[in-house]
Design a binder for this molecule. Structure first.
Ligand code: MRU
Length: 349
């Protein structure tokens, strides 16, 4: 069987204590790795979507804090912790919707506070922690993949949205991890990829990743989703998530909600896939900030203007799919069956 593990790692901590990431802004035309030396550079990379996808930005932000530790000139533990808080505050401002970002930052800060001893001990501990987080991310994805693959049948055509693959995580992927695991089990799965305007993660990243790994896939325009569903050309929908709140609401890339509505209309099961770090069991849907990005993303395609100057633009980056449209949620802690709002708390602890 073909090796399906995505050999490219999206986010890495290097031996010279820098962070190395794939520059996703230039994919699919160029596969370029860039090195980041300071938390400010990592924050900028997250804001500009050099690195994107909820689990990937969670680990990247954590590595940003660990970089701040490495670069801190603090002679004592108290000053070092202050430097880390400053970096954490800057990293928190980058993107508001994916809860993984805040989870990653909080986890390394908690680690730093728990370490007794001089700054060197804290720096070492943070390095170990982010290496562990990166490994845990891949393991959680592989576990979810196996769990979620039970929902897919041999021959299924699966629609996704955005990129919830290896590129959105440290490696392997969430929604696409399920597709990978199904293939590893010998199932033949075809993936339908909506282009995902405005940033085109479907066309640029998912189409690249799936083609790179030899998956059978088909790119469609976002406007073709309804037609594809209506003509029975999608058996299931499998998407990632940026935040799942305690009421079972799923926040994911803009366009996910309309796919969920169409899926329900056409009797197609809708499955979000997300690791524990994407669940926000402290908030309800009305407490989540939906990121609004630059109008430029809408009025231009890859730098080229497609709309008149001065036209008013609304550019939300994410939307909410309510629990009643969700058939089941796949996580590394198990499958939350419908009704997901009622069943969430018994699976996600
Ligand atoms: O704006 P992006 O590209 O960071 O949005 C990414 C998504 O919405 C993904 O679907 C989500 O993070 C799940 S990734 C495994």
């Amino acid at each position: 069987m073909k090796e399906t593990f995505f050999t490219l790692r999206t986010v890495m901590w290097e031996e010279d204590d820098t962070v190395r990431m794939i520059d996703q802004t230039v994919l699919p035309t160029r596969l370029v790795y860039k090195s980041y030396d300071s938390w400010e550079e990592v924050a900028d990379a997250i804001s500009r979507m050099v690195v994107r996808g909820a689990p990937a930005i969670g680990v990247a932000a954590a590595m940003g804090v660990a970089l701040a530790a490495q670069r801190s000139p603090a002679g004592g533990r108290r000053q070092l912790l202050k430097d880390l808080e400053k970096a954490a505050a800057g990293l928190r401002k980058t993107r508001p919707t994916a809860v993984n970002l805040f989870w990653g930052i909080d986890r390394v800060l908690a680690k730093a506070r728990s370490v007794e001893g001089d700054p060197r001990a804290v720096k070492e501990a943070l390095k170990e922690e982010v290496l562990l987080m990166a490994e845990e991310d891949v393991k959680a994805n592989m576990k979810m993949g196996k769990i979620g693959a039970s929902l897919l049948d041999d021959g299924d055509v699966v629609m996704t949205q955005c990129n919830a693959g290896a590129l959105a995580t440290v490696g392997y992927g969430t929604a696409l991890g399920v597709v990978r695991a199904a293939r590893e089990m010998g199932k033949c799965i075809r993936v339908v990829i909506p282009e995902t305007r405005p940033a085109l993660q479907g066309a640029r990243l998912t189409a690249f990743e799936l083609s790179h790994d030899g998956f059978d896939c088909m790119l469609i325009s976002d406007t073709a989703v309804g037609s594809v569903m209506a003509s029975g050309r999608a058996d299931k929908v499998v998407v990632g998530a940026d935040r799942i709140t305690k009421d079972g609401s799923v926040f994911n890339k803009i366009g996910t909600y309309q796919i969920a509505v169409l899926a329900r209309r056409h009797g197609v099961p809708f499955y979000p896939v997300a690791p524990r770090s994407t669940f926000d069991m402290t908030r309800t849907y009305d407490q989540v900030t939906i990121e609004e990005r630059s109008p430029d993303e809408v009025v231009r395609i890859r730098g080229r203007r497609i709309a008149p100057k001065g036209v008013p633009v609304y550019n939300p980056a994410f939307d909410r799919t309510p629990p009643e449209l969700v058939s089941a949620i796949v996580s590394d802690e198990g499958i939350v069956r419908s009704p997901v709002d009622k069943n969430l708390a018994s699976v996600i602890r």
